[in-house]
Write a protein of this length. Structure first.
Length: 172
């Protein structure tokens, strides 16, 4: 699971990471309700109550991958520890690895200003930065390099022995 604030590169990095791993990719944004999307488009931060059904659905997606024996990469903000706990509910210990895509506020704000997103209002960056609880148990990657370099770093940290054996191009 790739996590971080909007603009941290979750979709770009997640898509490339899934391709390199031979895994399925899912963007959590695709699972938001129309009401949640409308709130965010208006610049209104979601409440925990708004997020609950969304987190439950994302948990079902990951549990489905696990039950089917499918490798997957989920790109999801997962800003709070309690959100991550909801996402991982019912998953076996160690079945999901957490990668926190980090970056400076200036870098992320520049990225948000350069892109058009269906509903993520750049004004929400401040709210997301305040909400963010960096994970204590995740791999932290500063996403200030090319996507290929960031994915190389993720693969190296996820499984250094595998990366030495096959250059990180096979599924983990």
């Amino acid at each position: 699971m790739l996590m971080g604030v909007s603009g941290s590169g979750k979709t770009t990095i997640g898509t490339l990471l899934a391709k390199r791993m031979g895994a399925v990719f899912a963007d959590a944004d695709d699972y938001h309700s129309a009401a949640n999307k409308a709130k965010m488009a208006a610049g209104t931060p979601l409440t925990d109550e708004d997020r609950e059904p969304w987190l439950e659905e994302l948990n079902r997606v990951m549990r489905g991958w696990f039950a089917a024996g499918t490798s997957g990469v989920l790109a999801c903000s997962a800003l709070k520890e309690r959100y991550r706990a909801a996402l991982l509910a019912g998953m076996p210990e160690g079945a999901v690895r957490l990668v926190f895509l980090d970056g400076t506020k200036d870098l992320i704000a520049r990225r948000l200003a350069e892109r058009h997103h269906e509903y993520m209002n750049p004004a929400l960056l401040e709210s997301q930065m305040k909400t963010l609880e960096p994970p204590a148990d995740g791999i932290r990657i500063v996403n200030d390099k090319t996507p290929d370099e960031v994915v190389d770093e993720i693969l190296t940290q996820l499984n250094p022995a595998m990366n030495e054996e096959n250059d990180g191009t096979q599924a983990l």
